[in-house]
Design a protein around this ligand. Structure first.
Ligand SMILES: CC(C)(COP(=O)(O)OP(=O)(O)OC[C@H]1O[C@@H](n2cnc3c(N)ncnc32)[C@H](O)[C@@H]1O)[C@@H](O)C(=O)NCCC(=O)NCCS
Ligand SMILES: Nc1ncnc2c1ncn2[C@@H]1O[C@H](COP(=O)(O)OP(=O)(O)OP(=O)(O)O)[C@@H](O)[C@H]1O
Length: 198
């Protein structure tokens, strides 16, 4: 069985995926793969530098993530270009990992954590989609605190994604993460039980 896990930026996907992994789910993390393809020596990083220039590279050759973030979260055209460069490689790596998990551990739940699952139209790849939901004001507050962003910077990041209310409406399973972490864990325990997972 597989599940696509999504939600908004800072809505709690990592928090929920950690709870599911603790229960035995196998995780494929799109953000982690997105970081791997941006490591020095990877052709995706080379293509990013070719388009965005040396301004997005640190002196040691690593990606200047903050600088690139400032560019793409402020400009939808540049963001689309970054997506066009990075997403095919990320998707291919996710596909390979999914195949390996399903071949080697077919009885396990495979969880694909993909922030832009709906934006990229990937619903059909997964049996069910779980959305980690918090209201927009909670999302904004947690994002500002976690990443040290101003309200303007946080708003820009939120508006680079589909509205969280819309994602909630599209979900097969909704996990409400606006309460305590213990309340979120209860919902995950219930989900696990209902699925009859060992
Ligand atoms: C722009 C980059 C360098 C900013 O790096 P930074 O370390 O500040 O953020 P991080 O990678 O931890 O991402 C945090 C969150 O931002 C959101 N986000 C990232 N990229 C995008 C995007 N292209 N469009 C909308 N939201 C995005 C996601 O919710 C993600 O979880 C980085 O996010 C990136 O390389 N993005 C392109 C790849 C991508 O689309 N990743 C997200 C899904 S696979
Ligand atoms: N139930 C909760 N109560 C309070 N804070 C929480 C709760 N769940 C998560 N957080 C905090 O909110 C922030 C965002 O959570 P998390 O990193 O899990 O979100 P995410 O959806 O994985 O984010 P992103 O997509 O941006 O990587 C973190 O600082 C986390 O510690």
């Amino acid at each position: 069985m597989n599940i696509g896990l999504t939600g908004g930026i800072a809505s709690g996907k990592s928090t929920v995926s950690a709870l599911l992994v603790a229960k035995g789910a196998l995780l494929i993390d799109a953000d982690a793969i997105a970081r791997e393809v941006m490591l020095p020596g990877h052709p995706v990083l080379a293509a990013v530098i070719q388009h965005f220039g040396q301004a997005v590279v640190n002196s040691d050759g690593t990606l200047h993530r903050k600088k690139l973030g400032e560019i793409v979260f402020a400009d939808p055209v540049q963001r689309q270009t970054l997506n066009d460069i990075t997403h095919p490689a990320i998707r291919e790596e996710m596909r390979l990992r999914m195949e390996a998990f399903e071949r080697e551990q077919p009885d396990k739940l495979v969880l694909a954590d993909i922030p832009l699952l709906y934006e990229s139209g990937l619903e059909s790849l997964y049996e069910e989609i779980m959305v980690v939901y918090v209201p927009r004001n909670v999302q904004l507050r947690r994002l500002m605190i976690r990443d040290g962003l101003t309200v303007e910077q946080a708003e820009l990041r939120l508006s680079a994604q589909m509205d969280i209310e819309q994602k909630r409406r599209m979900a097969d399973i909704v996990i409400d993460n606006s309460g305590t972490q213990a309340e979120t864990k209860q919902q995950i325990d219930l989900f696990w039980q209902r699925k009859g997972l060992a």
